[in-house]
Ligand binder design. Sequence first.
Ligand code: UDP
Length: 334
Amino acid sequence: MTVLLTGGAGYIGSHVAVEMINAGFNVVIADNLSAGHKDVPERIKTLTGVSFPFFEIDICDKEAVRGIFDSFSVDAVVHAAGYKAVAESVSLPLKYYRNNTDGALTLLEVMAERGVKAFVFSSSATVYGIPDTVPIKETAHTGDCLNAYGRTKYIIEKILEDLCRSDPLFSAVPLRYFNPVGAHRSGLLGDDPIGVPNNLMPYILRVAAGRLPELNIFGNDYPTKDGTCIRDYIHVVDLAKGHTAAVDYAVKHSGYEVFNLGTGIGYSVLDMVRVFEKVTGRPLPYKFAPRREGDSAEYLADPSKAEKNLGWRAVLTIEDMCFDAQRYEGGKEQ
Ligand code: UDP
């Protein structure tokens, strides 16, 4: 089976590439390297021992996308390319709407031209907005997104739903990621956010490396066990394996079927600090800061649908996540 993977040089996409290649898929990667690193395809080859075609193209460029479909008999598309910086999406919403929806539409149009029917999409748990109850099931309300980034994910989910209604043979599988963290155990692949990170784990890593003075914990007066927010952190390798299972599912089914990818286990910000300290053996400086706008006290997946239908379950621990993230960061500094 040949899978076109967009965003394969990025944080999530590179791990998806490794897991799909290890599962025996023929993988073709398209990435414009706007966030991904140019040596990532080489690293994927080193890790898997498998060579694969890599196209440095913008997936909004329809001719370039057609070129890939001309050269390979694509059976399924995994679409992991897109802008993902939440804060930037608030200040530059048009950039996000244009790029993220255009990329998806261009791919879907070329798939329609070529009769390719299976599409797995990198969505996000952010489509749930502020949840009424946790753990969150896929049937929970969506759409009250808190930023343009999240709304692009929601809009693309709706496009896919409409497409499945219009074409009974089409199969769309959006995967709603909870909080992906960690890195490949080899230390060769990981997260490389540009500038000062917004997300917790990259921020912790910068503090641990002495590049930022301390972690600001946003809020310690939430109605949680220690007052700090609880999230469902999932190891990026587990998340990547979820994509392999989703591709298998997408090619065997038709229709629109969405899945949460999370562990179902919640950790507070203070839990994360303590686990990180335990794994590194060093104290992590932090202070409490005011709440961050838009944060929910608790965000937790109900991952049972993915387990039942995809036969997939996250298995790596919070210690694995912190250890692997730290190892990748350490490797970058050498
Ligand atoms: N967080 C924090 N300090 C930071 C970054 C994040 O206390 O510098 C908290 C944030 O308030 C949230 C959790 O860590 O409760 C996870 O935040 P992240 O931005 O990684 O993910 P998301 O908000 O999308 O769940």
